[in-house]
Design a protein. Structure first.
Length: 241
């Protein structure tokens, strides 16, 4: 799939995303159902809200984990759904049946991966709905990165929000949580679950957010359309060769 075709896929998938503008302060336990640690942060306003740094239509960094708790999935040529989650997160438990369904129904074309910055012991002690898809532990943040993030404050977040430039995934400076992993920190996730969908060719992020957000839910039908568009673009690309 060429770069131009990827751009066309992105345009076709715009129905799955909403523009963001401005900022609005929210406290813990908001009505959306997203679980947070209670740290005051800003979320995008003007449409779809996300509890992370918006990285839509940028290429995701290579996935590196500390340990696979299941067999490492084969992702070559497939869409990838990454779910950042926590064992204590009620919303994560509510979204697990959806993730399981996507894994079972579309497993030939996509891979679902759940990643947490928690310990293996915490995951083993998890009592929620069984996750049938691939699971992994995130890598710990490097010590120097932790120090850098510990010094960040609300002013840093405000500067990021006011910037007209795109996100810099290698230099995000929001405060890390005690169990924040290195990969998750690249996306500035602070509300769980946070889901991103990557297309197969360039690992461009074509969907992001809380999958249960009212009015912007991630559904079987939406994923089916994403896969159908991908198949169509792939077929067109092969026909031109």
């Amino acid at each position: 799939m060429s770069a131009n075709l990827v751009k066309r896929v992105a345009v076709c998938l715009c129905v799955c995303l909403c523009g963001v503008a401005g900022a609005q302060t929210v406290a813990e336990c908001d009505a959306s159902g997203v679980c947070t640690t209670g740290r005051v942060q800003t979320v995008a306003d003007g449409g779809k809200q996300i509890w992370a740094l918006s990285c839509a239509f940028t290429d995701a960094p290579p996935l590196e984990v500390a340990k696979w708790l299941t067999d490492k999935p084969e992702t070559e040529g497939k869409f990838v759904i990454i779910e950042f989650w926590r064992t204590w997160c009620g919303a994560c438990k509510r979204m697990t049946p959806l993730m399981n369904t996507l894994h079972r129904k579309f497993g030939d074309e996509l891979v679902v991966i759940g990643i947490t910055g928690e310990t293996e012991e915490q995951v083993k002690a998890y009592k929620g709905p069984k996750k049938e898809y691939a699971l992994a532990l995130d890598r710990p943040l490097p010590a120097d990165q932790k120090k850098k993030q510990d010094k960040a404050d609300a002013q840093t977040s405000q500067k990021r929000a006011e910037s007209e430039e795109g996100p810099d995934l290698t230099d995000f400076a929001a405060k890390a949580h005690p169990d924040q992993g290195a990969y998750e920190a690249l996306f500035g996730v602070w509300g769980w679950p946070h889901v991103i969908i990557l297309e197969p060719q360039y690992r461009t992020i074509i969907w992001e957010g809380f999958p249960g957000l009212k009015g912007y839910e991630l559904t079987e039908a939406k994923v089916a359309r994403i896969l159908a568009i991908g198949r169509g673009q792939n077929k067109e690309s092969k026909s031109k060769k």
